[in-house]
Write a protein that binds this ligand. Sequence first.
Ligand code: DAH
Length: 345
Amino acid sequence: MEEELIQIKNSAVSLILDAKDKEELWDLKIRFLGRNGRFTQAIKELSKLPKEKRPEIGRLANEVKNTIEETISEKESQVTKQRGRELKEKIDTTIPGIRPPIGHLHPVSQVLYDVVDVFKSLGFQAADGPEIETDYYNFEVLNIPKDHPARDTQQTLYLDTRNAKVNPGEIILRTHLSGMQARTMEKIKPPLRVIVPGKVFRYEQVDASHGFEFWQVEGFMVDKNVRLTDLFGIIDYVLRKLMGEKIKIKFATTNFPFVEPGVDTYMECTVCKGKGCSFCKMSGWSEIMPAGMIHPNVLKAVGYDSQKVSGFAFAIGLSRLVTLRYEMEDLRLLTNPDLRIINQF
Ligand code: DAH
């Protein structure tokens, strides 16, 4: 037995010292000290020895076990250190790391944030509304009854309502954000200053300056004595803040059923610097901000007294503003999935 224990110790120690890594050491530990290991099996014979021999062999067995365990743990720290040294040789810790690519805001979002900031500085609050809209808010409340020809200018996308409890044509994708004037005014009493950024949808022939899904920012202000000159002042101030002091702006009369009078704001085309190009349809000017004084019928429809308060409303063609700011000659570039385009902003 004594001899066997010494043999176990010698062979364990020599194998441990030859081990190359932690896995090998773990295997050896099981081979010798595990439940079916050589050492464990050997000491099972201890009880068969004559009584007087047992203490001596017992001490030897302990010593063998300790030696195996210590040798394993010493060898383990040795291989760990060795591995560290090897890695250090392979890894150059002075090489700069690889920067993970970081995304950024889409140009439409960048300009939108700027628009919101400018209006906030003028005391406007931002509101949000549904993209799926009713005929009532998109048209009816805005002084555009069912038979009004102005409906033709808003190429409307109708939702299939065959299984809904509404009349056909009642539910649509909003073609503009002006319906939010009524939705907001029904909830809040004047005075109010509100902007509503959002996406609108039209069944439209897509070209360099028209999309079928695009961004607008609707805005409106209602108070005592709000005048057309207030509207001109705000448009002038906001556009210069957003597009630079040097831009050229002009106003023209126009007609929208929900405003009276109606105003069209044009900005000199930045793509061609006023010379005429496909973006501005060769006119040198781009329609950027239609507006007007809110029609008394709209104020009445939401329960305001049009004798006591007045207001103006406007819409910024946000997608168009983005293309004009960055002098992009085509609106469609904004939704092009090629990241080389978007990464330039
Ligand atoms: N909602 C109109 C459109 O998208 C634009 C517009 C015109 C909005 C005049 C207004 C406004 O607030 O006063 O076709």
